[in-house]
Design a protein around this ligand. Structure first.
Ligand code: KDG
Length: 308
């Protein structure tokens, strides 16, 4: 059995390592894949549900997940569609993504992907705004996955991960609102929510989420200002850990995966969020979404050095 099964799209990553120059380092990305690898590095038993192309990059992903200890029995391979790809470019306002993913194998997923029974055998199902956005059939697949999770008492975790290149904001708002109602854990970022609600006040944002019908635990991520845990009764702020980031790609995914892993290992919400904050901060110290993801020993060391 598994602690976490995630559902979404892996993307080959080409990351610009010298600002303004045309040098790109190949790595791996895809928010839910990043999250599940981060969780596995914290000791969680993980599985992934997706489709990859029957191509060199699909094979690299299968190798990666095997190396990381992520179960791939729910990964389908597609002879007629490619594995998706994205570029990360770094500028004065942080990083920006360019996608080459339309028609990718993962975007062709259908609810038939869920027949492996992995959701029924996991404690958490983790999905994201990207899983919902890549195509209408992927969106259907996420809703079918949530239905299976509810029937099996698997906890549903949702990261907002809003990518406005992938869908219009009105559709994103409607679908994310519906999905957050169905989630046991909702992990929105303040940046994402500002696009959806038009305001940048954390308290009002949490009110919007509750008024919209979310009943689970909500952890609102405020970037350098840390996060707020709203368990439906109280709102608890947790400070962030300051680091000099090299590349923040995948930091939110590391936060999600580490948080879920620590919850499965028995942490209360505050301890799990503090741990996830430290893991996410450490994940920004190198280029790429996956390569710099820290292991449990590194996170504990950092927390210890802070006296935590
Ligand atoms: O959170 C980081 C991801 O956004 C990145 O790895 C690429 O999955 C990706 C996407 O769709 O943007």
């Amino acid at each position: 059995d598994f602690d976490i099964v995630a559902l979404g799209e892996p993307l080959v990553e080409l990351n610009q390592t010298h600002k303004g120059q045309q040098q790109y380092l190949q790595g791996f990305g895809g928010d839910t894949s990043n999250a599940v690898i981060a969780a596995a590095r914290q000791g969680a038993r993980c599985a992934y549900l997706t489709r990859v192309g029957n191509d060199a990059f699909g094979a690299q992903f299968l190798d990666l997940w095997k190396t990381e200890g992520v179960d791939t029995s729910g990964v389908q391979s597609d002879d007629d569609a490619h594995t998706g790809l994205y570029f990360v470019q770094h500028g004065p306002d942080g990083h920006a993504f360019s996608y080459l993913r339309r028609g990718s194998a993962a975007s062709l997923m259908t609810p038939a992907l869920l027949q492996s029974g992995l959701i029924e055998r996991s404690h958490f199902l983790h999905v994201s705004g990207i899983s919902l956005a890549i195509s209408t059939n992927a969106c259907d697949t996420v809703f079918a996955a949530i239905e299976r999770a509810h029937a099996a008492q698997t906890q549903v975790s949702l990261d907002s991960n809003l990518r406005l290149r992938l869908w219009p904001v009105d559709r994103a708002r409607a679908i994310l609102r519906e999905t957050m109602r169905q989630a046991d854990l909702f992990l929105p970022s303040m940046d994402d929510m500002q696009h959806l609600t038009g305001n940048n006040d954390p308290e009002r944002t949490l009110d919007w989420i509750r008024d919209g019908g979310a009943t689970g635990v909500v952890v609102l991520k405020l970037g350098k200002d840390g996060s707020i845990i709203d368990d439906g009764k109280t709102r608890t702020p947790v400070a962030a850990l300051r680091v000099d980031a090299v590349d923040a790609t995948g930091a939110g995914d590391c936060f999600a995966g580490s948080l879920l892993a620590r919850r499965c290992q028995g942490d209360n919400w505050e301890d799990a969020v503090r741990y996830a904050n430290a893991a996410a901060a450490l994940s920004t110290l190198g280029y790429g979404a996956v390569d710099p993801l820290p292991r449990a020993e590194q996170v504990w060391e950092r927390l210890k050095s802070l006296g935590g």
